[in-house]
Ligand binder design. Structure first.
Ligand code: DSN
Length: 422
């Protein structure tokens, strides 16, 4: 593999080209288990790197503040129609730059600074932008937070209801970044209705599973669906907001001109391609394979003595609680990285440790499934994780190097989409 597949870049800026080439090698040779990452297809990569980059197009299709939109309008309209069709929604806005701006636009659409908003606490598996203190959403708004039950690791819907009725928040967010279990959108909808709140489903992690029918859809239950496009949905880095017709104007106005300037048209094109891919039968198979792999991996980890938050998974994500292993999450994550297994350290619910040095490791199966690994490979993956965590505890670097070589061997047989053969 060499930077020569980007010849212009190589000739103009060899230093930068060498970084890109090195990243291609890293992504090809490692076992990428970060649940919010994936591999986009070559078609998505190509669409995201086009001359659409060169165009300003503030506004929306047919209503722009710049001329020369003949093609840009068609690109954005196509992405919008595909999003509406795939997710079964009245309205889609494909312009948010990423998940955090998308969520901020929802605040702008429906709340005023100081209003109460409700979401899952970050250390329980929520997202910063669901009203957590260090985020703008938690300092400009009054965030109240729900969590999971200590004994089950599951959302206690009665407690959510009690909090919502006591606080009557303007917005309720469901969804998060470290939730291994199915979200009951109907339960959240009845709570939001009782509390008089706008309900937002942040499905960034599970959008691809929803599109592929491997997780229930929030459509019809919630006011707004917020999602990034680059996780299980396997698109470029971007985001979308989808909603009922009654909220369409408020959402569009909040994204532009409320929060953003010109949309990133090259990203919109990549999103359109990803949505087209996600509408194919092969993507339905992919989404179900992601979940089957995660369940198999969870079972194999449990067999090897790992504690998993909530005891397993219903989706693409597994949260390993390493408290019983006496290896902090960060130490384990860094050892796994040296072993060619890329994860992120993560808080576990009720974590006694700090977020920058927590007790957990978060893993998931979107990327390895994109490369074609199946249920039969999951015991091997669990073995590598177990050996690496064990090696981390003992400071056994040769053991990590041995795992790294085995990982690279297997990954060489499963080429990554969008990457040249290693
Ligand atoms: N970065 C996202 C994730 O990894 O889940 C959250 O912002």
């Amino acid at each position: 593999m060499s930077a020569s597949r980007h010849p212009a870049l190589l000739s103009t800026d060899p230093e930068l080209a060498s970084f890109v080439a090195a990243e291609e090698v890293l992504q090809a040779q490692t076992l990428r288990l970060i649940p919010s990452e994936n591999y986009v297809s070559a078609a998505v990569l190509e669409a995201s790197g086009t001359v659409l980059q060169n165009k300003y197009s503030e506004g929306y299709p047919g209503r722009r503040y710049y001329e020369g939109q003949q093609n840009i309008d068609r690109v954005e309209a196509l992405a919008i129609e595909r999003a509406k069709g795939l997710f079964g929604v009245d309205h889609a806005n494909v312009q948010p730059y990423s998940g955090s701006p998308a969520n901020l636009a929802v605040y702008l659409a429906f709340a005023k600074p100081g209003d109460t908003v409700m979401g899952m606490a970050l250390p329980m598996g929520g997202h910063l932008t669901h009203g957590w203190g260090v985020s703008a959403t938690g300092s400009w708004f009054r965030g109240v937070q729900y969590g999971v039950q200590a004994d089950t690791g599951l959302i206690d819907y009665d407690a959510v209801r009690e909090l919502a009725l006591a606080e009557r928040p303007k917005l309720i967010f469901c969804g998060g970044t470290a939730l291994p279990r199915t979200i009951d959108f109907a339960a959240f909808a009845s709570i939001a209705e009782e509390a008089g709140s706008i309900l937002v489903a942040d499905v960034a992690h599970i959008a691809g599973l929803i599109a592929g029918g491997a997780h229930p859809s929030p459509a019809g239950h919630v006011d707004v669906i917020s999602t990034t496009t680059h996780k299980t949905l396997r698109g470029p880095r971007g985001a979308m907001l989808m909603c009922r017709e009654e909220h369409a104007k408020a959402i569009d106005k909040a994204v532009f001109p409320g929060l953003q300037g010109g949309p990133h048209n090259q990203t919109t094109a990549g999103i359109a391609v990803a949505l087209h891919e996600a509408a194919q039968p092969s993507f339905t198979a992919y989404a179900h394979a992601v979940v089957a792999n995660a369940k198999a991996l969870a079972a194999a980890l449990l067999e090897r003595g790992f504690d998993l938050v909530s005891g397993g998974t219903d989706n693409h994500l597994i949260l390993i609680d390493l408290t019983g292993k006496d290896v902090p999450g960060k130490v384990a994550a860094k050892a796994l990285d040296r072993a060619g297994i890329v994860v992120n350290y993560n808080t576990v619910p009720f974590d006694p440790r700090k977020p920058f040095d927590p007790s957990g490791v978060r893993i998931g199966t979107p990327s390895l499934t994109s490369r074609g690994l199946g249920v039969a490979h999951m015991p091997q993956v669990a073995d590598w994780i177990a050996r690496s965590v064990d090696a981390a505890a003992k400071g056994d670097e040769p053991a990590l190097a041995a795992v790294r070589a085995e990982v690279a061997d297997l990954m060489a047989a499963f080429p990554a989409p969008g990457l040249p053969l290693s």
